[in-house]
Ligand binder design. Structure first.
Ligand SMILES: CC(C)(COP(=O)(O)OP(=O)(O)OC[C@H]1O[C@@H](n2cnc3c(N)ncnc32)[C@H](O)[C@@H]1OP(=O)(O)O)[C@@H](O)C(=O)NCCC(=O)NCCS
Length: 243
């Protein structure tokens, strides 16, 4: 599923079944030592996905630790995002020279609990969800809207360290192209981070899961960077291709 929502310069890996807890590095296991087993299994499986994706990117193996707030600490020069829910786990990574921000989010394809839509959606989004549900009743558009907002947050927060409330981003879903757009509304946030004030995303839904993703491409390198004078830190640490 994950390839359907990400461009080819983003490396991603997904898993539907849990991997054993023993696959965690001891430092990673320590991050969830006090969590219930289900959380530890989802964490271990998502970490497995992240390591597979990082390997595909060419990053050397190292435990993927987290900040006290739970943000993964990606290797220098890497942008990444993780998601997990019942029966689905995924991670996506890219070189910071290609991608400025990345967000992925998976949710069970079931309706939001009663009353939640009103607390996470703007009035025009509630109208949109109603219209989509009338035209395409096979999908839970309220959950897709929620997932799109979570992807926005995951693309936004690691780059800004600023809170973003559900009413701070306006989502528009295209049911035919399987895309969505997001616009950050508070003028102060737009002024602070103009490059992250609007997002283009993709979505898919299959096997009981809705999945959304946002990729913000980095501005093309110019001058010295294009000439290789500021190479990507991950590229620097890649092992040589031959002995
Ligand atoms: C942080 C948050 C986005 C995680 O989403 P979720 O649907 O609950 O859970 P997911 O499984 O999809 O993602 C969890 C992973 O996100 C990552 N993560 C945690 N905090 C994060 C943050 N602030 N920014 C980016 N990624 C974060 C972690 O890797 C975590 O997995 P791990 O703990 O196993 O490493 C969500 O809990 C949250 O706080 N949302 C409120 C804010 C928001 O969405 N505002 C809407 C803006 S329009």
């Amino acid at each position: 599923m994950i390839e359907e929502v990400l461009p080819s310069h983003v490396h991603a890996f997904e898993a539907f079944d849990h991997v054993p807890l023993s696959s965690l590095h001891p430092q990673e296991a320590a991050l969830v030592a006090r969590s219930v087993e289900r959380r530890r299994l989802e964490f271990a499986t998502a970490r497995h996905c992240a390591h597979q994706a990082l390997d595909a990117l060419g990053a050397p193996w190292a435990p993927l630790l987290a900040t006290p707030r739970g943000l993964p600490v990606w290797p220098g020069g890497v942008r990444g995002a993780i998601t997990h829910t019942t029966g689905y786990h995924a991670a996506a990574v890219a070189h910071g020279s290609r991608v400025a921000a990345l967000g992925i989010d998976a949710e069970p394809d079931r309706p939001l609990p009663r009353g939640v839509l009103a607390s996470i959606a703007l009035p025009q989004e509630i109208t949109q969800v109603g219209e989509l549900a009338a035209r395409h009743p096979s999908l839970n558009w309220d959950k897709l809207l929620f997932s799109a907002k979570e992807s926005v947050y995951k693309a936004w927060f690691p780059q800004t360290s600023l809170a973003l409330s559900f009413e701070d981003a306006l989502i528009r879903i295209d049911p035919v192209r399987r895309t969505f757009s997001a616009r950050v509304l508070p003028p102060a946030l737009v002024r602070a981070h103009p490059g992250l004030s609007s997002f283009a995303g993709r979505w898919t839904a299959r096997a009981g899961t809705v999945l959304t993703a946002i990729t913000v491409d980095a501005a093309p390198a110019t001058g010295g960077e294009a000439a290789g004078r500021h190479p990507d830190p991950v590229a620097l640490r890649r092992p040589p291709s031959h002995p």
